[in-house]
Design a binder for this molecule. Structure first.
Ligand code: NAD
Length: 339
């Protein structure tokens, strides 16, 4: 048993995506355990659907991390995970602080460890009550490069050399799974798109959040990045938007003789910088209420495979199957639209 008084800090907090956990992360954990009695590992991006930025679930990441730590190290580490709140930063900060407070008395000296690698590391400084300890950069290892080699290259040695052996073994096994093939297909698509010199790297799409009697309309699009995932329907051009017919690419309202009665409740542009992997793509999202006693029958349009009305209370059950930030966008409208 280690003694709290032997360490300058009662706990260190280490926030990361760990997609995947690599030697740089491991090195930071080892040095944090020399300075703090306990280590609290905060896994970000919990419940997000798999993407090229985050292929692995919280459970898979914890399994990978645990596989390369000793029993003694694990006895001093707590794992917690938090949702991203891309459009509500204060809620994310409160959530991290709240989860940490469940484990450690906030009056004790607490450090936050990490490496300020670029502007995305700003979050290391939003917890002024904790002492920031810079870990330094370990051998220039970068998880984005590791993922790219792992999913796209045939020569995996250089990627595997940057991570603990139990993790490379875990990842070798993962290559046999369907989940690997799905992410690889997305990587190949993105790479192909990036080769297109005419591609608009600063684009905007319009999405519709359509709610009727506490049900929301979700589609499974044929578009590769959204394939197999639920998302809000995409419409081509909001200026031409006519609820009767301009969403036909992804939805068809069937056998609906009466005019559809739509009311626009709210609208916002969602522009989190990493929401789309090919350049910046903002989503101009329109929140509509459909006023009908019965749910209109819907069918997939030419660009979608599946469409369904889902009970709003149940969307959290689908969270890890919802495309990119669409879950967070829907929640934002539900929280911030006055009735
Ligand atoms: P990461 O796994 O890329 O990095 C974790 C830590 O390790 C970082 O401090 C990073 O700088 C460091 N690191 C990376 N390579 C290193 C190396 N070679 N040597 C030493 N250190 C190295 O994770 P991340 O993307 O920084 O994680 C932040 C998490 O917090 C994400 O999940 C993000 O979504 C979440 N977050 C959410 C919000 C919000 O929802 N509002 C805001 C900020 C952060």
């Amino acid at each position: 048993m280690t003694n709290l008084k032997e360490y300058p800090y009662a706990a260190s907090v280490y926030i990361g995506r760990f997609q995947p956990f690599h030697n740089g992360h491991l090195n930071s954990i080892i040095s944090a355990l020399q300075k703090s009695h306990r280590l609290i590992l905060v896994l970000g991006g919990a419940y997000l659907s798999p993407s090229i930025r985050g292929p692995w679930s919280v459970e898979e990441r914890i399994q990978m991390i645990q596989s390369c730590l000793t029993k003694q190290q694990l006895n001093r580490i707590d794992f917690i995970y938090v949702r991203d709140r891309l459009y509500c930063e204060q809620l994310w900060i409160q959530n991290v602080k709240g989860e940490v407070a469940k484990l450690i008395d906030s009056h004790l000296p607490i450090a936050i460890i990490g490496h300020e690698k670029d502007s995305s590391s700003y979050y290391l400084k939003v917890f002024p009550q904790w002492v920031f300890l810079e870990t330094g950069n370990f051998k220039g290892i970068n998880a984005t490069d590791i993922r790219k080699s792992y999913f796209l290259s045939e020569n995996l040695k250089s990627a595997y050399d940057k991570m603990p052996k139990p993790i490379s073994n875990w990842l070798k096994n993962y290559r046999k799974k369907m989940a690997f093939k799905i992410i690889k297909e997305k990587y190949i698509y993105i790479q192909k798109m990036k080769l297109n010199k005419k591609l608009n790297l600063n684009s905007e799409v319009s999405n519709v959040f359509i709610v009727c009697n506490n049900y929301v309309l979700l589609v499974k699009s044929k578009q590769i990045l959204r394939k197999n995932l639920f998302s809000m329907p995409e419409i081509e051009d909001f200026n031409q938007f006519d609820p009767q017919n301009s969403i036909l690419n992804e939805i068809i309202f069937k056998n609906f003789n009466n005019k559809l009665n739509f009311k626009l409740l709210n609208q916002r542009i969602f522009d989190y910088s990493d929401r789309y992997p090919i350049g910046m793509q903002k989503s101009n999202t329109f929140y509509f209420q459909l006023n009908h006693e019965n749910l209109p029958t819907v069918l997939p349009g030419k660009n979608s495979e599946h469409v369904e009305w889902t009970l709003l209370d149940d969307i959290h059950l689908l969270e890890n199957q919802i495309y990119a930030d669409h879950f967070q966008i829907m929640k934002w409208f539900l929280n911030f639209t006055s009735s």
